[in-house]
Design a protein around this ligand. Structure first.
Ligand SMILES: C[S@@+](CC[C@H](N)C(=O)[O-])C[C@H]1O[C@@H](n2cnc3c(N)ncnc32)[C@H](O)[C@@H]1O
Length: 194
């Protein structure tokens, strides 16, 4: 006959598992990969130059970061919260032979320093994009590029909006100056769009 503790232990483990999945709020958006054709278009729109550094916030299996290193020879960094995906991305980078050019960092994307980022890649959601927007404005250099799969930046109008395999792709250039916060009014632009 089972003792009380032999029954209690598995029950406690189950309860802990259920609780941990309920209270884990660190992942702001779930993993869904960007199709390869969309990755290609995001990188094409980003007008990558030699020496640029690309970041993908929420890098998943690393496909955008790896493609940037493999196809453009630039340094690229993936920011990801999920340990399993970080491990998978590092394995994929090794398999693609770009491990010297890429880095996958466990970090909350809302705490990532963007000051050295020339190209920022996103596949998140509108809420996350809008939350990141002030950091992009404050930290990224004017002239640097932001590309997003599927989701816009609210009132910040993209330079390019296109469609690949029925997926929207957006590209913005970080402007020189913002007046009165957001939406942006750039010198000579006239009225801000709502
Ligand atoms: C929709 S997936 C995009 C994956 C990849 N960028 C792509 O396009 O294939 C979003 C990713 O963001 C990660 N993520 C969610 N919240 C995060 C956070 N606060 N900090 C870093 N990564 C996060 C998820 O684990 C997931 O891998």
């Amino acid at each position: 006959m089972k003792t009380q503790s032999a029954i209690a232990a598995p029950l406690a483990a189950l309860a802990a598992l259920a609780l941990s999945s309920c209270v884990d709020t660190s992942q702001d958006i779930h993993y869904i990969p960007t199709p390869e054709a969309v990755v290609e278009e995001m990188l094409r729109l980003a007008e990558i130059e030699d020496g640029d550094v690309l970041y993908d916030l929420g890098s998943g299996d690393g496909r955008i970061v790896i493609a940037a290193a493999r196809d453009y020879g630039i340094r690229a960094v993936g920011i990801e919260i999920d340990d399993g995906l970080l491990e998978r991305a590092r394995e994929n980078a090794r398999a693609a032979g770009v491990e010297d050019l890429v880095e996958f960092r466990k970090q909350d994307m809302f705490e990532t320093d963007l000051t050295d980022v020339d190209v920022l890649a996103l596949y998140l959601g509108t809420t996350q994009n809008l939350r990141l927007r002030p950091r992009i404005m404050e930290q990224m250099e004017p002239g640097s590029q932001v590309v997003s799969h599927a989701f816009s930046m609210g009132g910040w109008q993209p330079d390019v909006e296109t469609t690949v395999e029925n997926r929207k792709v957006f590209k913005w250039t970080v402007p020189l100056e913002f007046i009165d916060g957001f939406p942006p009014v750039l010198p000579g632009d006239g009225e801000a769009e709502s």
